[in-house]
Design a protein around this ligand. Sequence first.
Ligand SMILES: Cc1cc2nc3c(=O)[nH]c(=O)nc-3n(C[C@H](O)[C@H](O)[C@H](O)COP(=O)(O)OP(=O)(O)OC[C@H]3O[C@@H](n4cnc5c(N)ncnc54)[C@H](O)[C@@H]3O)c2cc1C
Length: 311
Amino acid sequence: MLDMIIIGSGPAGMASAIYAARAELEFLVIEQSVESGGQVQQTYEVDNYPGIPGVSGPELSRRMREHCDKLGVEFKTEEVKSVEKVGADADADGKAGEYFLVKTWDGNEYCAKTVIAATGASHSTLGVPGEDVLQGMGVSYCATCDGAFFKNKVVAVVGGGDVAVEDAIYLSKLCTKVYLIHRRDEFRAASTLVSEAKTKENIEFVLSSGLKEIRGNNKVESILIENKKTGEVKEEAVNGVFIAVGIKPASELFTGLAKANEGGYLIADETCETSCKGLFAAGDIRAKQLRQIITAAADGANAVTSAQRLL
Ligand SMILES: Cc1cc2nc3c(=O)[nH]c(=O)nc-3n(C[C@H](O)[C@H](O)[C@H](O)COP(=O)(O)OP(=O)(O)OC[C@H]3O[C@@H](n4cnc5c(N)ncnc54)[C@H](O)[C@@H]3O)c2cc1C
């Protein structure tokens, strides 16, 4: 029986592994991808992780993985299929007799006293021409991460929820102009946010409109916007496109085990303890304010510290 299984090897999973190794726990990391790093692998440049400004995502991932390897962390390249709690009522104090059974699609089964859910999240895409090929070259899914690269430039934000409007407000402080493109007339975002956005002179609201195409040669140069009511298509010159049409946490494995909020994020405070004893949520999967590499890594450290108290 292992002390711990860490599922996922993004920054949350790898920070967990570093803390677990240094605490001399018996554990392993299960990661479905042959490469560690999670979303960081998709990041062209990371400029907000302390100590290594401008590092590329693959390089930061490689350094984190090397750190784990140096500490002798065991990684299994497998996709987890299910996580069950076995013997949940074995003991009145909720400790002895309980363990987690983790099954993978390869047919393997692993048992551990605790599990760290570090399976992250993924951004929804629009699927329009140019989006995929220009990702990291002007197409971004994270204004906090990439906004600073667009200082004094013109950008578009696509979406109608809180994140889109918040991103537009944030970018309006850095950029000369921000197009806020939303397919409906009304925003889903909180009215206070929409009111604040309306006070920004450099935000242009482009409503009832959809982004049809992102154009550019190795960098974003323009976008095609289609008015849904009139069918009119116009081209606007922009340097960047921020797509804020939703994030989905990879929390299906834990549905039924731990409480999640309406967005599917596992509910846990800074201790990372979920409503299921022994299951800890670290990184983007956790309900929290800011989803970044630094907050994911911090969660990994906190989750292991909490788990140690239980073990
Ligand atoms: C394009 C882009 C740019 C970004 N830029 C920045 C930036 O500049 N600065 C910043 O701080 N943040 C940035 N972020 C956000 C940051 O990458 C995330 O907040 C961070 O990676 C979250 O870490 P995580 O470990 O929680 O999850 P993830 O990075 O999502 O890692 C989760 C891991 O779990 C694995 N996994 C999932 N399901 C299973 C399963 N069933 N079995 C086995 N393994 C599984 C996945 O393969 C993945 O490796 C960016 C994100 C994106 C998408």
